[in-house]
Each structure stands twice: as C-alpha cells, then as structure tokens.
Design a protein around this ligand. Sequence first.
Ligand code: NAD
Length: 349
Amino acid sequence: MVRIMTIKVAINGYGTIGKRVADAVDAQDDMEIVGVTKTRPAFGCDLAVRKGYPIFCTYDDADRIAAFGAAGYTCHGGLSDLLEIADIVVDCSPGKVGASNKEKYESAGIKWIFQGGEKHAMTGNSYTSSANHTENLGVEGTRVVSCNTTGLSRTLVPLYEHCGSLSVECTMIRRAADPGDSSKGPINAIKPVLKVPSHHGPDVMTVKPEIQINSMAVAVPTTLMHVHVIVATLPEGHGLTTESVLSMWNARPRIVIMNGSETGITTTAEVMEFARDIGRKWGDLHEIFVWEDGVKLEGNTLYYFQAIHQESDVIPENVDAIRALMNTEPDWMASVAKTDAAISSYNHL
Ligand code: NAD
C-alpha cells in the first residue's frame, strides 16, 4: 500500500495573510493545518475556532497561554508546542517581526517560510512559483516575495524566458492600507516613496536575477488593490507582437486578462467586484489582472498596466512553496495546478 504523507503545517501569525494561507493549505489533500497562533485571545480566535484550527499562543509563557482559557478559548500551548508537532511553519507575522522568530524555527529543526515583509538577506532564499520553484526544492527555509514582486514576476518571467534579456521600469501605485486596517494612510493625499528607486522592482531580482528592473512608488488613498504601470524594453529580434504577448500570458497560470472597454471592468473597483461575483472567499483574486486594451508593444517597448490584489496573490504561492521545501513536487506547473484546483473548489459559488 502506498502511504501518502500529509505535510503538517503550522501558521505563526493568524492575520490578513495567515488566515488565508491556513484555508488554502486546509483545502489541499497533501497537507493539513496542525495549529495557528494568536498573540492574545481577541478578534481572530473565533474564526480559527469556526474553521476547526487548534489555537496556540504566539508566546510560551504560562500567563499568556492561560489568558486564552480565561476568555473561553481552548489554547493548546505556546509556539514551541506547535513547532514540535509541525513539519513546516509559515510565518505570517507582521513585516520585520519574523527575523526574531527564525531562531525558534531553526532550534525546533523544522522548515520555515517567511513573507515579503522580511528581507531577502535575512532568509537567504526567496520564492515565487513562476520564477524559482526548482531553486527552492528541499531548502530549509525561504521567503515568499511580496504581493508586488509576485505580480511583477507573473508577467515578466515569461517575457524574460522568451526574450533572454529584459529591462524594466515600473511605477507602483500602491493601496494605502488593507481594508481591515484602520491605522494607516494616507486618506487624502498622494504619497511618493522618496527612496528612489523603490525596493519593489529590484526585489524581483531575488527570484529572477537576470531581469534588470527599477521602480518608483506612490501610495494613494484606496484599500482595494495596487496598480503597476510597466514599461519593458525587449531586445532586438524579440519576434513578439502585442497579440503574442497576450497569448503568452494567457497560457500562464494566475494571470487574468480582460478587455476593459468590452467588459466595463475599467478600474480596480470593478476588478474586485468581479472577484466577489465569482464567489472568492473574502472577495479575493489570486490572479494578476491585466487589461487587454492597456497592453501595447511598439517596436522594442512594451507598455502595460496590471492590478494586484495585495491580500491574496501570494496565498497560492505559499502552498507551492511548502511543496518545494518539502520536496514533494518538483514541477512548479504541477504544483500550481494542484493548488489552484483545490482552492477553486472553495472559490466558486
Ligand atoms: P497582519 O498584521 O494582518 O497579521 C499579522 C498577525 O501576526 C497578527 O495576527 C498579529 O497579531 C500576529 N503577530 C504579531 N506579532 C507576532 C509575533 N511576534 N509572532 C507571530 N505572530 C505575531 O499582517 P499581514 O498583512 O498578514 O502581513 C503578514 C506578512 O505578510 C508581512 O510580512 C507582510 O509584509 C506580508 N504581506 C502582506 C500583504 C498584505 O497586503 N497584507 C501582502 C503580501 C505580503
């Protein structure tokens, strides 16, 4: 009899990204959630209870663990207890907090995945399915790159693979905050990121170093999505047309292409309404959205816009990264197909 190994996954940090990764993992038949952590018995614990995920405390001290019981939640222990029963931990703690958790994962002897709020230098590896699944096979730990880097990679990596070289300038029009976040802004201003170039574009080089890319960024008062304004210079003899670039992207997973004029989907508001209409949990859109009528190749210069649902494009990537690190699926396209099939079973009405 063939024994199918189920990968035991811990989620450290059950917030915006953590709760989504937990559900995406739970939907797969080759992995299971063995526990999620909360810092205190507050908002979010009820969701974990409803989903049936065992709750652990982010910290190991007895007082903090006892506070969960006092508030009526069953707490199964501290982070160390959770790490003991897991094969791999997906760290979804706030950006720059993860570094302090790394030592705990290494001492527990389990594999670890951080998110895009951490620096590549801290993790040593970075991951996105379309760029470098193979390089991450069997490694001890990695970082799933940010929502912006994931989005850039989805459309730029196939272009690079066709052309053999690529030089890119992009402007990131960034959402000010996530919809559930009341503490960030701006609420009535356009805020340029005064570190030039911004880190967003160059971060692509942590997963595909061959792509030459720079970016500038502005934050605007919206919570729905980011928009990228991209100008890519292709090498002489690229042999592409606007139509063949669109066909290339159409053949790749996790890219949705729609014509704005024909569909009436001309802004991020309608893109998100489309995601809600197809019944995605939380109204998520895991795919990158490209406006067909906003793509134009003139000579060697390719112009296009794409929209990124910041809370969800990295979610399936975390599932693929688990398979890469556990070395259970060497083929990135096979992992993506498996991940997305399982997620779509809960995505659609
Ligand atoms: P969040 O604030 O929504 O959630 C973080 C969770 O971690 C919260 O539940 C918090 O209580 C918990 N936490 C706090 N301190 C912790 C600690 N020391 N150890 C473990 N957990 C702790 O944050 P988020 O938006 O889910 O972001 C998580 C990571 O994902 C960050 O690295 C971020 O940059 C990255 N990311 C976020 C988005 C996004 O749009 N929200 C997109 C892509 C990547």
